[in-house]
Design a binder for this molecule. Structure first.
Ligand code: SF4
Length: 359
């Protein structure tokens, strides 16, 4: 009976009230009844299907706060996939993330609500490209960002994320006894890592279509309009953007920064939903644009998550021989001691000369 707020039943209103409290600045009262009903339906289906939902930081707030069992960055989610006892993993994220979950949890059914949820970085390079790179630079270790396909990971010595890339590059140089490392496919991440280490970097010209669009001019405009705001940038942004920011770090590092320091005003130069999701936990912080939307992440909706669980679609598989080799590369990274805090990209240290060879 619809006797609660928003025309919801009292029971549904009560059940979804904690979610509404976190999403109310991003969802209109007109949208909420349909979303509350979907959240209820999805949470019930998870029990029937013995499923968990892994929701990336770039999911919209109603997904992130409403149905995500685990939330975080791509690697954190893949580790949760492996730890979870559930039979079914629903990846509320993009395709390479679902592949990584499958690589680490081969016995589980991994589903993605929309098979078209891709990634410009993952699409920038193939396994065949990596084989050619290895022929051109024999003896150098290949470090690959986790934002890549299983085929690419299978050709890789060790994976990295933006939170541990400097640590992994230095580990690889040390283990191989070399002074240069191949770090692919994100050119900007590679340049930003190069600024933090004396290991030489060979990079590929892949770009994240969300982060490459930020410019140092955006920052100058924000500083003029909001002189007190602290500006945070993701290391997939161009290097001059990081240099003009107050802080640069992975999504996890940015969350740590905001929750620990609670600046009055903050600008997060990353995907729009990230700020919206963090805002739910730090209501006293004012988040100011600009941000950019990832069209691939935005393919995932409450509706297609519901359909995914109802129809057990769309399953993501990885051929076992590819998965086995890719697992080695991911596992090597997982086995490294985690950084005490997610890496920040230190702009003072970054002033040394940086040599990057672009393939
Ligand atoms: S935000 Fe960038 S790296 Fe992440 S999925 Fe979208 S295009 Fe890929």
């Amino acid at each position: 009976m619809a006797d609660g707020a928003f025309g919801l039943s009292r029971e549904l209103e009560r059940e979804t009230a904690p979610v509404w409290a976190k999403v109310k600045d991003h969802v209109t009262p007109m949208e909420w009844p349909a979303q509350a009903a979907l959240i209820h339906e999805i949470n019930a289906l998870k029990k029937t299907r013995d499923a968990v939902i892994l929701a990336h930081n770039y999911m919209t707030p109603e997904i992130f706060h409403g149905v995500g069992d685990y939330v975080g960055d791509s690697l954190g989610l893949a580790k949760e996939a492996a730890r979870s006892k559930a039979k079914v993993i629903v990846q509320a994220g993009v395709h390479f993330m679902a592949e990584t979950s499958k690589i680490l949890s081969p016995e589980k059914t991994v589903l993605i609500p929309d098979l078209r949820a891709g990634c410009s970085l993952a699409a920038s390079i193939t396994g065949a490209d990596v084989r050619l790179i290895k022929q051109r630079y024999p003896g150098l270790p290949v470090v690959t960002y986790v934002n890549t396909t299983a085929d690419v990971k299978a050709e890789t010595d060790i994976c990295c994320t933006s939170a541990n890339a400097v640590q992994v590059v230095e580990w690889a140089a040390n283990q191989w006894g070399v002074d240069r490392v191949i770090l692919i496919p994100d050119e900007f991440l590679a340049r930003n890592v190069a600024a933090q280490t004396h290991v030489g970097i060979i990079a590929w010209k892949g770009r994240c279509e969300v982060h490459e669009r930020f410019t140092a001019a955006d920052i100058a405009e924000m500083r003029a309009a909001y002189p007190g705001a602290e500006i945070l940038a993701h290391p997939e942004c161009p290097d001059d953007v990081l240099a003009a920011s107050d802080f640069a770090g992975s999504t996890a590092a940015m969350i740590d920064y905001v929750t620990a320091r609670r600046p009055r005003q903050v600008v997060m130069l990353t995907e729009c939903s990230m700020a919206a999701n963090v805002a739910g936990d730090v209501p006293e912080v004012q988040f100011i644009g600009p941000c950019n939307l990832c069209p691939h992440m935005k393919r995932i909706t409450l509706e297609n998550i519901r359909d995914c669980l109802l129809n057990m679609q769309f399953e993501v598989t990885v051929p076992e021989d590819v998965a086995e080799r890719a697992r080695l590369a991911v596992q090597r990274m997982v086995d490294l001691p985690p950084p005490a805090v997610p890496a920040r990209y230190d702009m003072i240290k970054a002033r040394h000369h940086v040599a990057v060879e672009l393939i």
